[in-house]
Write a protein that binds this ligand. Sequence first.
Ligand SMILES: Cc1ncc(COP(=O)(O)O)c(C=O)c1O
Length: 500
Amino acid sequence: MRRSLAVFDEFDPTGKKSFANAINRFRERNIVLPKFSELKDPSTFEPDLLEALSDVAPDDADPLNLFRVHWFNTPNQPTPTSTPDHIELPPELTGTSARIVVALGNRFPMISAHKVLAAYSCLVARLVTGRFDPTVNRAVWPSTGNYARGGVAISKIMGCRGVAVLPEGMSRERFEWLDRWIEHPEDVIRTPGTEANVKEIYDECSRLEADKSNIILNQFSEFSNHLGHYAVTGPALELIFQKVTSDRPAQLAAFVSASGSAGTLGAGDYLKDTHDTRIVAVEALEVPTMLYNGFGDHNIQGIGDKHVPLIHNVTNTDLIVGVSDRATDQLDVAFNTPAGLRSLERQGVSPELGSWLTNLGYSSICNILAAIKSAKHWKLSEEDVVVTVATDGSELYNSEREKVMRRDFPSGFEDADAENVLTTYLNNTSTEHILDMDERNRNRVFNLGYFTWVEQQGISIEDFERRRNQSWWNGLRPLIEKWDNRISEFNAATGAKHRK
Ligand SMILES: Cc1ncc(COP(=O)(O)O)c(C=O)c1O
């Protein structure tokens, strides 16, 4: 099947009926859509919205929670905070004097992971351009778990059916959440394999696509995912950077993100445009697709692989870093056990910071290790800040931790084990498995995407090639404002208001 690039810059000429139905549905349910500019800066929220938010819990399937799809949530208050919650890791722990700063994604509503932002971005761009009819269409969310959960949450709020497509081997907590949120059990589709089996997800989507009422919101190829992070995550990280450097000037040297769909990496494009920040893409060492054209399996849940997403701006990427899932598995044990916390304290980590490390899921730990590797590789100093994200927290991996305990620490995790894990994987992080993206490497990794997108997924060679050039990506940016204008028009047409 021939496919065009999912860049929704114009209204779909065949979409008038879908658009009218969407307006009616949103009017009936009193759903107001947030603009990207509002999610970027919730300090713009009007008092009536703030008051309404005070009555809604972050995990309710309530339309007002669309106004929590941003980085400014905090567990202690119902309304947005001024700077997103974040952690700065001390040099005693990281072994580098560069400042490693992590934004916390488990503050996002409903799914406790920032992937609900990607889901909102992908659906809203279609909705306001006449490409999704919530009264007829089923929204299909292919993912390794969190994006599917985010999509199911957004679909439920909008009163349409959402279908989660994810590998059967993902963490038990993801499936338990889906059981709670999905009304029809057949709307959870388990594909063969685990984290790195993305091709199997695409195959299932091709099958589902035969039914025209299914709309596949493919996060790996919808540019709204990239742009949502460019518009919302980038500025949120910039604000954190400004906060942590307000009394100690430094430069925003690098942005680090493990690539699943590569959506989050879009924040790096924003930071490069505004701060000349370098962009680091990270992958599991057990499946080193970009580093070594490798294949295999890994347990850094959420970062897929064996393909290069269509929305990855590869030729804007400066470094590729590989991180082993042994490190993330075992550090997760250290951050979530008394022995680990005692060892951290002996290393000078305050009990308060120690307790915040539970906010780090596997890919978050992976991002931190890659940030340290990058800082060491580039010999960054205390005048350099490296920012990264914690997509989700350790609460999604309690069942995985039990498996790791049985496999690696069958007789218990004692202080000596904790010392060993922290020293091996954190304090002495090596600079192995790093690739500088010179022009040759950029083109090599870019070309690797050909096999998925042109050969398998029906993208034309011309469309595939356009993405090699930065001017094409720069041409995408004005879409954010266009969608915001359409969102305003859409809200005006529904007449929906902020109230409970
Ligand atoms: C836990 C986790 N970490 C990292 C990622 C990767 O983020 P992105 O898809 O924006 O590259 C995902 C994506 O689903 C995820 O669920």
